[in-house]
Design a protein around this ligand. Structure first.
Ligand code: FEO
Length: 392
């Protein structure tokens, strides 16, 4: 059932408790929700976004008894929010689709909506619903080029679509457990927003002049304490990493595991926080979360057919696409009779603009002098972190 947020403003949520993968790539350990919003103004009724077509029935159940929709606002053309627009237009043939010019282009590209159904809005344009007003804020690249936000002046509500959201299926209308939502929202930021960190950081000040009481995202619970998520985004968007090392690795016969454990111990002794991730079992979302903050990434890989392990190659490609803010990288590799695992890993991460610290290459199982080389790497990381102004 639709839930009233404010008088004549409703949350139409479709919780997808069992979804475990997004874009056939991103793990969803806590499912997700698709949030549409209905605003009944004194003159016009507007639906903000829709839901994933798989849960269209839930949306239409919410819309029972709603006789007229004048406008469907599409903040973002990705199908989990827009995919049900054609069905909504069948139910409400009088409705027009309001979107950014780029949004119109992408919606027409992805689904059968005719040109005459659209009204495009420019940055800062307003729409009067009678006693309520929506202002549209172009906010491109969160995480597609067409994205915009909508602000309702009268209730001080920001409809933020993917931006500031979290993949979390919940019965909560608002955040009730900040720790749980912090992790889910950070995972969401890491996987979806981090590649666009620079442009989001540039656009974030556009929200400075707005008095926001409620942030209403299209995934996860709403925020009635917007400062919580805005402060978190300011931290994640910061250019300054933390005194932290992330070590993603694969070990086939124990050599790399031994190297990684020795590095972690050496870093711990120096007071440097470190996380290791065995990529054969890890949730890549957990790895992505740590990449939001880490100053250094050390990749551990065996050599397979002259190259890094294929799982490492996959993770390196993914990390390269996420463009984390790390400022140092290194590689620890094992081999038996040759290969170029270290060089290949370094070639796979051109987007990570980091200084390469002296790698460690070990033949077979690590011996005493190899362990000394790993301690040297730990010392170099400690010194580099100490000489740079990092967050604690
Ligand atoms: Fe939730 Fe970018 O779609």
């Amino acid at each position: 059932m639709a839930r009233e947020i404010k008088k004549n403003v409703y949350l139409l949520k479709a919780a997808d408790w069992n979804r475990r993968l997004f874009d056939s790539l991103i793990p969803l350990p806590d499912g997700t929700s698709y949030n549409a919003y209905l605003i009944k103004g004194s003159q016009k009724t507007v639906l903000i976004d829709t839901v994933d077509p798989a849960l269209a029935d839930v949306l239409f159940e919410h819309l029972k008894g709603v006789d007229r929709v004048d406008y469907i606002v599409s903040l973002h053309a990705e199908q989990d929010h827009s995919g049900t627009i054609p069905q909504v237009l069948e139910k409400y043939p009088e409705a027009k689709v309001i979107t950014s010019p780029k949004g119109k282009e992408l919606l027409i590209t992805h689904m059968p909506i005719s040109d005459d159904k659209f009204i495009t809005v420019e940055d800062g344009e307003e729409l009067s619903l009678g006693d309520k007003t929506l202002k549209f804020i172009h906010f491109p690249w969160v995480h597609w080029p067409e994205t915009m936000l909508a602000y309702m002046k009268e209730e001080k509500m920001l409809f933020s679509c993917d931006f500031l959201g979290s993949h979390l299926a919940t019965t909560d209308m608002y955040v009730s457990d900040e720790c749980q939502v912090y992790e889910a929202a950070k995972r969401y930021f890491a996987e979806i927003m981090m590649p666009f960190r620079a442009i989001i950081k540039k656009n974030f000040p556009k929200l400075d002049g707005y008095d926001i009481s409620i942030v209403a995202p299209s995934h996860g619970p709403m925020y009635d304490n917007p400062k919580f998520i805005i402060d978190a985004y300011n931290d994640w968007l910061s250019d300054t990493p933390k005194n932290m090392v992330v070590v993603p690795y694969i070990s086939m016969h124990g050599s790399v595991e031994r190297m990684v454990n020795h590095l972690i111990d050496a870093l711990e002794n120096k007071g440097v926080k470190a996380y290791k991730f065995d990529l054969s079992v890890t949730d890549i979302g957990k790895l992505a979360i740590t990449l939001v903050d880490a100053a250094t990434i050390v990749v551990g890989t065996p050599t397979v057919l002259g190259e890094p392990h294929p799982v490492i190659a996959y993770a390196a490609k993914l990390a390269n696409a996420l463009k984390p803010k790390a400022i140092f990288v290194s590689v620890m590799a094992s081999y038996a009779w040759g290969g170029k695992a270290i060089e290949k890993v370094a070639e796979m991460i051109p987007n990570i603009k980091a200084e390469l610290l002296e790698p460690v290459l070990v033949k077979g199982y690590p011996k005493a002098d190899d362990l000394v080389a790993i301690e040297r790497l730990a010392n170099e990381i400690f010194t580099k972190h100490s000489n740079n102004k990092l967050q604690p």
